[in-house]
Design a protein around this ligand. Sequence first.
Ligand SMILES: Cc1cc2nc3c(=O)[nH]c(=O)nc-3n(C[C@H](O)[C@H](O)[C@H](O)COP(=O)(O)O)c2cc1C
Length: 365
Amino acid sequence: MIADRKDDHVRHAVDQRRADSGGNDFDCVTFVHHALAGIDSGEVSLAVDVAGKQWDTPLYVNAMTGGSAKTGEINRKLAVAARETGIPIAAGSMSAFFRDPAVADTYRVLRRENPHGFVMANVNATASLEQVLRAIELLEADALQIHLNAVQEVVMPEGDRSFGSWPRQIEHLVAHVPIPVIVKEVGFGLSRQTVAWLRDAGVSVADVGGRGGTNFARIENSRRPAGDFAFLESWGQSTPTCLLDCAGLDGIDIAASGGIRSPLDIARALALGASATGVAGAFLDTVVRADTDALVAQIRTWLDQLRQILTVLGARTPADLAGCDLLITGEVASFCALRGIDAAALAHRSPWWRESRDRGGVIGE
Ligand SMILES: Cc1cc2nc3c(=O)[nH]c(=O)nc-3n(C[C@H](O)[C@H](O)[C@H](O)COP(=O)(O)O)c2cc1C
């Protein structure tokens, strides 16, 4: 049952991605170009600190597959690509393994193909401590992802309808799991209030998992004979709005996923305060449509292009992007106005802006 559902998810995710217009809220986030801000490419390091560990890149393969023969093979390809490019990778939900240990290998392949990489286990918020420890052991996991997906469950024909135990169970797992815990949404976003709650519960990383990419309301609605939940397809906050909502929250790392389409979106997310960015749908599309080599080439190209974006912006590290001037427009600006976020302040936060102000005004005045 879970195996069939996983295969359905992959099929719908890939089909819907191809039919999608391609626009999302990242289009409302623009860097102000300062033509003399550039540095030498060799000065740029893409390394970031996430949950107390150093990652060589601010990019990871987010949770997707495992639990069926087909998705085990996808995991194998994703794991090889992660190994070849040195980027962290997450397993898809390990519920199928808890129901049927015979599918263990469709997940374990992530570690077998990538023995020295950073690998994350993935469970839902009802998993027991005993199950979680088994999942961690199977993958020799470096971190645990717990996914929050209430909207997906509601639209899923066979989905769960009970979410009241989630907060207590997250607290319980965080208190007993021996590795960092990441809590993620699956495409509907985490609000500032949710992230503050997660921080207070001891969660290391909140992956905002916002709207704008893979759409699980649409995917699950396609699996309903009557397709009667179409009205939920635009539910939730987009990834850029989530990041703006969380600005200034200390004590928890913020990761961004949901609708990352290019190296420019990675740079935008980092500039909006993310420590790292996760990609699911875009990488799935590549391994399904082409193959592992194509995904390796895509990730290498993206990392090289990201380095060039940082070079032009004068950012020596991904963290430096949080000091670049950004223009926030359209839907994202409306969100900021309604949530009391000073979006205009982001347009003049860089040393370039301060220097021009200190010299008595903008150039030409
Ligand atoms: C086919 C597919 C299966 C997924 N399965 C899971 C899952 O099991 N657990 C989870 O936390 N997220 C799952 N996700 C959600 C992704 O991790 C990610 O949060 C979401 O797709 C948004 O990122 P994207 O726009 O880059 O795809 C899945 C995504 C896809 C495309």
